[in-house]
Design a protein around this ligand. Structure first.
Ligand code: SF4
Ligand code: SF4
Length: 442
């Protein structure tokens, strides 16, 4: 029986949200709960989950991850109860809480609570206001960036630890530098970039979900689909990542933590990406819906991937059941030959199975839609990653790479300067009367 460590993402209000972002893939999960007006986790489910999660987890540290929909809609009183239950069942373990929010409801009261209980807040922000507001809007269509920025200011004032989650979509993908610089300016020291990839079912099947499920869903695979207009294009996603990486590696290593770059460095060090998308297997990040239903993964909240309900079967049994082990292993087993012979497979592992819906060069199904992005990005960063991995091996901080890049850059300026150009040394003299003369002396 597989006893790998796992985490569970909690959905206390299911897909309920106070925004109506055009690209959201989770809002339509309402159709999984027909006939319900409100979706809310009961005290029973919360108590049962907390007790079982803490009893089943083997490590000394356990993290509760609150997600949605918009999890703050559950209210502060619920989260206070959650923290009390965690303390009651902790059994000597260190408890951590992380919450992913759109930031709309955060006020002084919320920030005081989050700071007091050391919640790590992930705030969704897609870039500067004019970029963020392209898709992230209220139900009435109003922009939301100002509200999010106010919440970030409140969190900073209250001492709440936060990071940013940026959905890379068809609009902001065109502005990598503006997005990255903006995130730095607002003080995001930990940045996550998630590529947006969804398909629309062209012909509905009499069920309510209209986004296509995973390619492995036999029902959906019989229905024509097209890539949703808000999805990121692979070539632009590659350019987006490469542009941000180039800025980061020459200036911000050790200061700004970009989850994807850190994961890549781990891969080059041979210790596994630590990011599910680039890991060999899936299956260790499950989802608990408000009803107590446990699903294989946030990208697989579909009836076929419902493992059971924790009020009926124990959490441990569900997590370690053969069905979840099969789900985890399918990621590797389903790789097309193009991936199997790809030299970047150690860093990519074929990406998320949800996105494997295009054909490989051999015409085989199951290649990742983002393959071009991943292959190009990993090839682009390879020399720098190899250098940083070598540094780590001999006990040098990877941030030292920035010195080397500065020297490279200086050498490049000197070797490409024209004789009549200003001297790259900054003397104000012409190059031919300054360093060019010195460098040409015997
Ligand atoms: S299915 Fe995708 S999102 Fe889920 S664990 Fe696997 S790689 Fe991660
Ligand atoms: S880069 Fe493309 S071919 Fe290589 S492992 Fe990733 S998805 Fe497969």
């Amino acid at each position: 029986m597989d006893k790998r460590p796992y985490t569970v993402m909690l959905k206390p209000v299911g897909p309920t949200c106070n925004l109506d972002c055009e690209y959201c893939f989770y809002l339509e999960k309402w159709s999984l709960f027909p006939g319900r007006d409100t979706l809310r986790m009961s005290e029973d489910v919360l108590e049962s989950f907390t007790r079982q999660y803490l009893a089943d987890g083997s490590s000394g540290e356990v993290t509760f991850i609150w997600q949605g929909g918009e999890p703050t809609l559950i209210g502060l009183d619920f989260l206070r109860s959650a923290v009390e239950l965690q303390t009651r069942y902790a059994g000597g373990r260190t408890i951590r809480n992380a919450i992913q929010t759109n930031g709309i409801l955060l006020d002084e009261r919320w920030c005081a609570f989050l700071a007091e209980h050391r919640f790590l807040v992930g705030i969704s922000i897609d870039g500067p206001p004019e970029i963020h507001d392209c898709y992230r809007r209220t139900r009435g269509g109003a922009p939301t960036a100002d509200r999010v920025l106010r919440s970030i200011a409140l969190m900073k004032r209250a001492g709440v630890a936060f990071n940013t989650l940026t959905v890379v979509n068809r609009h902001n993908v065109m502005y990598p530098v503006a997005v990255y610089e903006f995130l730095r300016e607002i003080g995001s020291g930990f940045q996550q970039f998630i590529p947006l990839v969804e398909r629309i079912l062209v012909r509905r099947k009499g069920e309510v979900l209209s986004l296509a499920g995973p390619p492995s869903d036999p029902e959906d695979s019989r229905v024509p689909t097209h890539v949703a207009s808000w999805s990121v294009q692979p070539r632009l996603y590659r350019e987006f990542l490469c542009s941000i990486f180039d800025r980061w590696v020459s200036r911000d290593v050790g200061r700004v933590f970009v989850q994807l770059f850190d994961g890549a460095l781990r891969s080059w060090c041979g210790i596994g990406a630590g990011l599910c998308v680039f890991s060999e297997q899936c299956g260790d990040q499950l989802v608990l819906e408000h009803t107590g239903d446990l699903f294989s993964c946030d990208h697989f909240v579909y009836p076929a991937y419902r493992l059971g309900n924790i009020l009926e079967t124990s959490l441990g049994e569900l997590v370690h059941a053969p069905a979840q082990a099969r789900f985890g292993a399918a990621k590797q087993e389903g790789l097309p030959r193009q991936c199997l012979r790809c030299r970047m497979r150690f860093a990519c592992n074929g990406g998320c199975p949800k996105h494997r819906f295009v054909r490989s060069v051999d015409g085989e199904p199951g290649l990742n839609y983002l393959c071009e992005a991943y292959r190009g990005f990993f090839a682009h960063i390879e020399p720098r990653m190899q250098a940083m991995a070598r540094m780590l091996e001999v006990g040098i901080a990877p941030a030292k790479i920035m010195e080397g890049i500065r020297q490279e850059e200086a050498r490049r300026r000197f070797t490409t300067a024209g004789r009549n150009d200003p001297c790259p040394c900054g003397s104000g003299r012409k190059f031919k009367y300054c360093c060019a003369e010195l460098s040409s002396r015997p």
